[in-house]
Ligand binder design. Structure first.
Ligand code: IVH
Length: 705
């Protein structure tokens, strides 16, 4: 291509990109009214097609291709264009403002009262304008507001009739949504009925029918746990907790849903019969939800007027770093229901509420390399390595590109300057390339045709996006398998880290997992000077692992879709390796069972287990962690870094013992578990007289159980 043409194309691409990236802070960069009508028509059509495409990905497939921020910006640009050219906008049907999450997989059900969307903004000026508008409309400068976190999941309407749960429906198109009742019943914290008596012993009023509005979400701890399991099982990771939540509820296997640990919070009300039972304020609604025993919004702020409102939003933004659940903004609501009614609604959103969204942290950095990793099941994952940058409180230097298609779609090249964001505030994601800064000679990345570890030609199974190394002898896969087997989540062999594993594989002493149990002391002693002590410790750890619980071995085999939770269930049901080997297809009563049956149907895998037994492995029966109910109803809050457990592990143990983990300290909290560098939760616990314990005390509580 001629170089001036190339330059022109590059600057055009840069402009297109800038229009997405700069709108955020400075508003529309151009006066849209000056656009010639033909250009406006063309742009309108293109924007509508774009929005429709991303709408479908976002709402129906739970697999967005662009960040939430860019998605919101795109819709904002369409709205601005439609406002500048109302006559053109009328020529073709508008894109639905509310979005539509109906999937076609469920029966639909009509809401008694419409489920509206919320107007959103990223700008302080818009927020202040919203409050000024309301003050003018209602003739009062000191309107009282409630500020709540904007939970990042998906909206549902839960109907209770005479106190009994009868239906759970998604928002759908606002008029009717998917009836997901059967699947939603797998949400542990979703009460089947409203409590007739409140915690203080007084009787509750129970409406004939009430639609309660809330959000189904996945906590960070569950998100991390599930992604760790998926990573261990060689499966594609969820980009953020919301994708996990929306992707899960469409699953048609309730057991699988139960395993995913969905949670729910209630924050609103639709139809209420009789209407006189609807609390007169939003705060009153919060209290009522609590009395009914429903999980409600625990952290809220009140504010009067614009300045207090802005201050409350800032306070929420500071506090949300400590929330156990994902949030992407604040929802501001007029407190008084009478005032809400007076303000009314547009066709898609109430005038009495607004969402203020926090712009995600975004950084620009340069790509140093694109490496392709080989996972335990042979899946090749491209990872982009870039110059380290500070992002939302931590330094990031790499991001997964998931698969071959994703690299091709994003066209990221070594030397490129890329924009990096943290999806759901956790995992760094490359959201775009600044093509204006692309080095002239940067070649497109070519996905390898052979395994980078063993040079076997890669393969792709039909219907899968993943590209794999099919070799059973691939050393990279073996290393990952050994790391997984020895990890704390599986048989927990201390001292068997990546460096030791590399050494064992490189010397050919370990060709598969059972060889770990045949290692010879004299061989290990040749690995270095003064290694006698560490060698003996390693051998002792390997020896001890022979008697780990059965579920640890089942999880350690790394069967796709079988993480620790499924492994515990299988171990409980079958009790021994022998029983499991002879169970055949009878294990297969759900997806994990089917995966295990398929695994043991392969002679190679049966041989591996028999080999483990021959090497002296004797699992400690079906014993799983304590499942008693001694911690039932006990609410824990975690703060700071614990000496040995990760947050996800502590949470899992507490839940397994019947307890619950909340994100913030309240009067209901039973224990605050204190780690190093605790946050403000410690002061809150002291103020509320909540018992503070350390990790050893927590472990004692769990053992007593
Ligand atoms: S109130 C009529 N409160 O945000 C107002 N919504 O984009 C109804 N959301 O559809 C919504 N946290 O899915 C409300 N504390 C909160 C919320 C919240 C999250 C979601 C909800 C809604 C969307 C609007």
């Amino acid at each position: 291509m001629d170089s001036s043409l190339r330059r022109a194309r590059r600057s055009l691409a840069a402009l297109a990109l800038l229009s997405v990236f700069t709108l955020s802070h400075v508003g529309a960069a151009e006066d849209l009214r000056l656009l010639p009508p033909a250009a406006a028509r063309q742009r309108l059509a293109a924007l509508r097609a774009d929005v429709a495409h991303h709408d479908a990905l976002y709402h129906q497939k739970a697999a967005p291709e662009i960040s939430d921020y860019d998605y919101d910006r795109l819709k904002q640009r369409l709205r601005e264009l439609e406002a500048a050219f109302p006559e053109l906008a009328r020529e073709t049907p508008a894109v639905a403002e509310v979005g539509d999450d109906r999937s076609g997989l469920f029966q639909t059900h009509r809401h008694r009262e419409r489920m509206l969307s919320l107007d959103k903004t990223y700008s302080e000026a818009d927020l202040r304008a919203f409050q000024a508008r309301l003050a003018k409309l209602l003739g009062r400068a000191d309107l009282a507001y409630v500020v709540e976190p904007k939970f990042d999941g998906f909206a549902v309407s839960v109907t209770y009739e005479k106190g009994k749960l009868v239906r759970v429906v998604t928002r759908g198109n606002g008029v009717e949504g998917d009836d997901i009742t059967a699947n939603a019943l797998m949400i542990r914290r979703l009460p089947r009925g409203l409590r007739a008596t409140a915690g203080d012993g007084t009787a509750n009023a129970i409406p004939d029918a009430v639609e309660l509005r809330g959000e189904v979400y996945v906590s960070f701890a569950e998100f991390e746990r599930i992604n760790a399991e998926r990573e261990a099982a060689g499966e594609v990771l969820f980009a953020n907790p919301r994708n996990l939540a929306t992707g899960t509820i469409r699953q048609l296997e309730p057991k699988e849903i139960e395993r995913r640990g969905l949670d729910i919070v209630f924050y609103g009300i639709g139809a209420c019969l009789p209407a006189s039972m609807q609390p007169p304020t939003q705060r009153g609604l919060h209290e009522m939800l609590k009395r009914w025993g429903l999980p409600g919004v625990e952290s809220t702020w009140t504010a009067r007027g614009g300045d207090e409102l802005w201050a409350a939003i800032q306070a929420l933004n500071r506090a949300r770093a400590g929330f156990a659940f994902p949030t992407d903004g604040a929802v501001v609501k007029l407190d008084s229901v009478a005032q809400q009614r007076e303000a009314g609604a547009t066709d898609h959103a109430p005038r009495w509420a607004m969402a203020y969204k926090f712009a995600p942290a975004r950084a620009e950095t340069q790509v140093r390399a694109i490496v392709v990793q080989v996972g335990r099941t042979g899946v090749l994952t491209p990872v982009v390595e870039f110059s380290p940058v500070e992002l939302a409180g931590s330094t990031v230097a790499r991001a997964s590109l998931h698969n071959r298609d994703e690299v091709a779609r994003k066209d990221i090249r070594v030397g490129d300057f890329v924009y990096v964001e943290k999806a759901g505030e956790i995992i760094p994601v490359v959201v775009g390339v600044n093509t204006a800064r692309r080095p002239a000679e940067a070649p497109a990345f070519v996905f390898p045709a052979t395994c980078p570890a063993c040079a076997t030609a890669v393969a792709q199974r039909s219907g899968e996006v993943a590209v794999r190394c099919p070799s059973a002898a691939c050393p990279a896969q073996l290393r990952r398998r050994l790391e997984h087997f020895a990890s704390r989540e599986c048989v927990a062999i201390d001292g068997l880290g990546p460096a030791m594993i590399d050494a064992l594989v490189a010397r050919g002493w370990v060709k598969d997992v059972p060889d770990l149990y045949r290692l010879r002391r004299e061989d290990l002693l040749t690995l270095g000077k003064d290694v006698a002590k560490s060698t003996d410790r390693l051998l002792a750890a390997i020896e001890a692992s022979k008697h780990a619980e059965l579920w640890r071995f089942v999880a350690g085999l790394g069967i796709p879709q079988v993480g620790t939770v499924a492994a515990k269930e299988v171990a409980r049901r079958h009790g021994s390796f022998d029983a499991l080997l002879s169970a055949g297809a009878s294990v297969a009563n759900d997806s994990a069972g089917r995966a295990i049956a398929a695994y043991f149907a392969e002679p190679r895998n049966r041989a591996l287990v028999e080999n483990l037994i021959a090497a002296g492995v004797r699992p400690a029966g079906a014993k799983t962690e304590a499942t008693g109910a001694r911690l039932a109803g006990k609410i824990f809050v975690l703060t700071g870094t614990l000496p040995s457990l990760t947050r996800a592990q502590a949470t899992e143990k507490i839940i397994a013992a019947g307890g619950r983990v909340a994100g913030s300290v309240s009067r209901n909290t039973h224990y605050l578990v204190l780690g190093a560098d605790p946050g403000a939760k410690l002061d809150q616990a002291h103020a509320l007289g909540v018992k503070v314990i350390d990790e050893p005390a927590l472990l004692r509580l769990l053992r007593d159980d």
